[in-house]
Design a protein around this ligand. Structure first.
Ligand SMILES: Nc1ncnc2c1ncn2[C@@H]1O[C@H](COP(=O)(O)OP(=O)(O)OP(=O)(O)O)[C@@H](O)[C@H]1O
Ligand SMILES: [Mg+2]
Length: 188
Protein backbone atom coordinates (compact mmCIF):
# COMPACT_ATOMS: atom_id res chain seq x y z
CA UNK A 1 0.00 0.00 0.00
CA UNK A 2 1.40 3.36 -1.00
CA UNK A 3 0.33 7.00 -0.96
CA UNK A 4 1.62 8.92 -3.97
CA UNK A 5 2.61 12.52 -3.24
CA UNK A 6 2.80 13.80 -6.81
CA UNK A 7 5.47 16.44 -6.00
CA UNK A 8 7.91 13.68 -4.94
CA UNK A 9 7.93 12.09 -8.40
CA UNK A 10 8.81 12.87 -11.96
CA UNK A 11 5.87 12.03 -14.17
CA UNK A 12 5.42 10.80 -17.74
CA UNK A 13 1.92 10.89 -19.19
CA UNK A 14 0.27 8.28 -21.37
CA UNK A 15 -3.31 8.10 -22.60
CA UNK A 16 -4.23 5.23 -20.28
CA UNK A 17 -2.00 5.97 -17.33
CA UNK A 18 0.39 8.34 -15.64
CA UNK A 19 3.85 6.96 -14.93
CA UNK A 20 5.32 8.15 -11.59
CA UNK A 21 9.11 7.93 -11.46
CA UNK A 22 11.41 7.93 -8.41
CA UNK A 23 14.57 6.12 -7.26
CA UNK A 24 14.99 4.10 -10.46
CA UNK A 25 11.45 2.75 -10.37
CA UNK A 26 8.37 3.61 -12.42
CA UNK A 27 4.79 3.19 -11.19
CA UNK A 28 2.23 2.96 -14.01
CA UNK A 29 -1.07 4.07 -12.46
CA UNK A 30 -4.15 3.87 -14.68
CA UNK A 31 -6.51 6.84 -14.97
CA UNK A 32 -10.19 6.52 -14.11
CA UNK A 33 -13.24 7.96 -15.86
CA UNK A 34 -12.79 11.05 -13.66
CA UNK A 35 -9.36 11.96 -14.96
CA UNK A 36 -9.48 15.21 -16.97
CA UNK A 37 -7.25 13.90 -19.80
CA UNK A 38 -8.32 10.56 -21.22
CA UNK A 39 -7.16 11.46 -24.74
CA UNK A 40 -9.94 9.57 -26.44
CA UNK A 41 -9.26 6.32 -24.60
CA UNK A 42 -11.93 6.80 -21.97
CA UNK A 43 -15.14 6.08 -23.82
CA UNK A 44 -16.27 9.13 -21.80
CA UNK A 45 -19.62 9.10 -23.57
CA UNK A 46 -20.52 5.65 -22.23
CA UNK A 47 -20.64 5.51 -18.43
CA UNK A 48 -18.26 5.70 -15.51
CA UNK A 49 -18.74 2.07 -14.56
CA UNK A 50 -18.26 0.63 -18.02
CA UNK A 51 -15.34 2.94 -18.76
CA UNK A 52 -13.59 2.00 -15.55
CA UNK A 53 -14.28 -1.69 -16.13
CA UNK A 54 -12.80 -1.40 -19.62
CA UNK A 55 -9.71 0.46 -18.39
CA UNK A 56 -9.25 -2.14 -15.67
CA UNK A 57 -9.20 -4.86 -18.31
CA UNK A 58 -6.54 -2.97 -20.26
CA UNK A 59 -4.44 -2.84 -17.07
CA UNK A 60 -4.97 -6.59 -16.56
CA UNK A 61 -3.81 -7.42 -20.11
CA UNK A 62 -0.54 -5.61 -19.37
CA UNK A 63 0.04 -7.37 -16.03
CA UNK A 64 -0.82 -10.72 -17.67
CA UNK A 65 1.75 -9.97 -20.36
CA UNK A 66 4.55 -9.31 -17.85
CA UNK A 67 3.67 -12.56 -16.09
CA UNK A 68 3.75 -14.55 -19.34
CA UNK A 69 7.23 -13.37 -20.32
CA UNK A 70 8.95 -13.79 -16.96
CA UNK A 71 10.81 -16.99 -17.90
CA UNK A 72 12.07 -15.76 -21.25
CA UNK A 73 15.76 -14.91 -21.17
CA UNK A 74 15.42 -12.91 -24.36
CA UNK A 75 12.51 -10.79 -23.16
CA UNK A 76 14.05 -10.28 -19.73
CA UNK A 77 16.89 -8.60 -21.52
CA UNK A 78 14.68 -6.32 -23.59
CA UNK A 79 11.95 -5.29 -21.12
CA UNK A 80 12.14 -3.46 -17.78
CA UNK A 81 12.34 -5.50 -14.58
CA UNK A 82 8.79 -6.10 -13.38
CA UNK A 83 8.10 -5.66 -9.67
CA UNK A 84 4.42 -6.55 -9.91
CA UNK A 85 1.10 -4.92 -9.05
CA UNK A 86 1.04 -2.44 -6.18
CA UNK A 87 -2.04 -1.08 -4.50
CA UNK A 88 -2.23 2.70 -4.12
CA UNK A 89 -3.99 4.18 -1.09
CA UNK A 90 -4.25 7.82 -2.20
CA UNK A 91 -2.87 10.29 -4.69
CA UNK A 92 -2.15 13.74 -3.22
CA UNK A 93 -1.31 16.71 -5.43
CA UNK A 94 -0.43 19.99 -3.69
CA UNK A 95 -2.37 18.96 -0.62
CA UNK A 96 -5.42 18.00 -2.69
CA UNK A 97 -6.68 14.43 -2.75
CA UNK A 98 -7.00 13.52 -6.46
CA UNK A 99 -7.45 9.78 -5.88
CA UNK A 100 -10.75 9.73 -7.78
CA UNK A 101 -8.87 10.48 -11.01
CA UNK A 102 -7.22 7.05 -10.83
CA UNK A 103 -8.02 3.37 -10.57
CA UNK A 104 -6.10 2.84 -7.35
CA UNK A 105 -6.07 -0.95 -7.72
CA UNK A 106 -4.67 -0.69 -11.27
CA UNK A 107 -1.02 0.11 -10.79
CA UNK A 108 2.14 -1.85 -11.44
CA UNK A 109 5.74 -1.17 -10.69
CA UNK A 110 8.69 -1.67 -13.01
CA UNK A 111 12.26 -0.61 -13.49
CA UNK A 112 12.69 2.95 -14.77
CA UNK A 113 14.70 3.04 -18.00
CA UNK A 114 16.72 6.15 -18.80
CA UNK A 115 16.60 7.03 -22.49
CA UNK A 116 14.45 8.20 -25.36
CA UNK A 117 10.88 6.86 -25.38
CA UNK A 118 9.40 6.26 -28.83
CA UNK A 119 6.56 4.22 -30.31
CA UNK A 120 7.83 0.90 -31.63
CA UNK A 121 6.24 1.39 -35.05
CA UNK A 122 8.20 4.65 -35.48
CA UNK A 123 11.45 2.89 -34.54
CA UNK A 124 10.54 -0.02 -36.79
CA UNK A 125 9.99 2.35 -39.73
CA UNK A 126 13.23 4.26 -39.18
CA UNK A 127 16.26 2.19 -40.11
CA UNK A 128 18.63 4.99 -39.07
CA UNK A 129 17.48 4.44 -35.50
CA UNK A 130 16.83 0.69 -35.58
CA UNK A 131 19.82 -0.74 -37.47
CA UNK A 132 22.55 0.77 -35.25
CA UNK A 133 20.64 -0.32 -32.14
CA UNK A 134 20.26 -3.88 -33.45
CA UNK A 135 23.91 -4.02 -34.44
CA UNK A 136 25.41 -2.42 -31.32
CA UNK A 137 23.21 -4.21 -28.80
CA UNK A 138 22.99 -7.51 -30.69
CA UNK A 139 19.27 -8.09 -31.11
CA UNK A 140 16.66 -8.46 -33.82
CA UNK A 141 13.41 -6.59 -33.20
CA UNK A 142 11.66 -9.14 -35.39
CA UNK A 143 12.90 -11.99 -33.15
CA UNK A 144 11.82 -10.12 -30.02
CA UNK A 145 8.28 -9.62 -31.38
CA UNK A 146 8.15 -13.31 -32.40
CA UNK A 147 9.07 -14.30 -28.84
CA UNK A 148 6.33 -12.06 -27.39
CA UNK A 149 3.74 -13.68 -29.66
CA UNK A 150 5.00 -17.20 -28.88
CA UNK A 151 4.41 -16.54 -25.19
CA UNK A 152 0.90 -15.11 -25.70
CA UNK A 153 1.69 -11.40 -25.77
CA UNK A 154 -0.15 -10.55 -28.96
CA UNK A 155 -0.42 -6.79 -28.67
CA UNK A 156 2.77 -4.88 -29.40
CA UNK A 157 1.32 -2.72 -32.17
CA UNK A 158 1.00 0.25 -29.84
CA UNK A 159 4.03 -0.48 -27.67
CA UNK A 160 6.95 1.86 -27.17
CA UNK A 161 10.63 1.35 -26.50
CA UNK A 162 13.05 3.33 -24.39
CA UNK A 163 16.44 3.39 -26.06
CA UNK A 164 19.89 4.92 -25.84
CA UNK A 165 23.50 4.05 -26.67
CA UNK A 166 23.49 1.04 -24.38
CA UNK A 167 19.84 0.26 -23.87
CA UNK A 168 16.76 -0.91 -25.72
CA UNK A 169 13.75 -1.92 -23.64
CA UNK A 170 10.20 -2.43 -24.83
CA UNK A 171 7.38 -1.04 -22.67
CA UNK A 172 3.58 -0.92 -22.85
CA UNK A 173 2.77 -4.38 -24.27
CA UNK A 174 -0.30 -6.51 -23.60
CA UNK A 175 -1.84 -9.89 -24.22
CA UNK A 176 -4.69 -8.42 -26.28
CA UNK A 177 -5.58 -5.39 -28.36
CA UNK A 178 -8.02 -3.40 -26.18
CA UNK A 179 -10.14 -2.73 -29.27
CA UNK A 180 -11.31 -6.34 -28.91
CA UNK A 181 -13.15 -5.53 -25.69
CA UNK A 182 -13.76 -1.78 -25.69
CA UNK A 183 -17.31 -0.73 -24.88
CA UNK A 184 -19.49 0.30 -27.79
CA UNK A 185 -22.20 2.94 -27.53
CA UNK A 186 -25.71 1.50 -27.58
CA UNK A 187 -24.56 -2.04 -26.79
CA UNK A 188 -24.94 -3.28 -23.24
N1 LIG B 1 9.70 1.64 -17.50
C1 LIG B 1 9.78 2.88 -17.97
N2 LIG B 1 10.96 3.54 -18.01
C2 LIG B 1 11.02 4.79 -18.50
N3 LIG B 1 9.97 5.49 -18.97
C3 LIG B 1 8.78 4.88 -18.96
C4 LIG B 1 8.61 3.55 -18.47
N4 LIG B 1 7.30 3.21 -18.61
C5 LIG B 1 6.69 4.27 -19.14
N5 LIG B 1 7.57 5.28 -19.37
C6 LIG B 1 7.26 6.62 -19.92
O1 LIG B 1 5.89 6.89 -19.66
C7 LIG B 1 5.18 7.11 -20.88
C8 LIG B 1 3.78 6.52 -20.77
O2 LIG B 1 3.86 5.12 -20.55
P1 LIG B 1 3.01 4.10 -21.39
O3 LIG B 1 3.29 4.27 -22.84
O4 LIG B 1 3.22 2.76 -20.80
O5 LIG B 1 1.53 4.63 -21.02
P2 LIG B 1 0.15 4.46 -21.81
O6 LIG B 1 -0.87 5.22 -21.02
O7 LIG B 1 -0.11 3.02 -22.08
O8 LIG B 1 0.48 5.23 -23.12
P3 LIG B 1 -0.10 5.11 -24.59
O9 LIG B 1 -1.02 6.25 -24.68
O10 LIG B 1 1.14 5.30 -25.42
O11 LIG B 1 -0.71 3.75 -24.75
C9 LIG B 1 6.06 6.47 -21.95
O12 LIG B 1 5.89 7.06 -23.20
C10 LIG B 1 7.46 6.71 -21.41
O13 LIG B 1 7.88 8.01 -21.71
MG1 LIG C 1 -0.62 2.03 -23.81
Amino acid sequence: MLTIEVSEYNTAPGAYAIVFIKNGRALKLFKSYNHPHLDGTGKEEISADRTNEYRKRVYQTEVDAYNLIKDSGLLKKFTPLFYGPISITKVIDNGKDISDQFLLDCCYEMEYIEGIAEKLNIIHGNSEILLPLEKNLGFSLHEIIKEFVKLGVHYTKDSSAVYGDKVFKIIDFATKDSEEFQPIIGVD
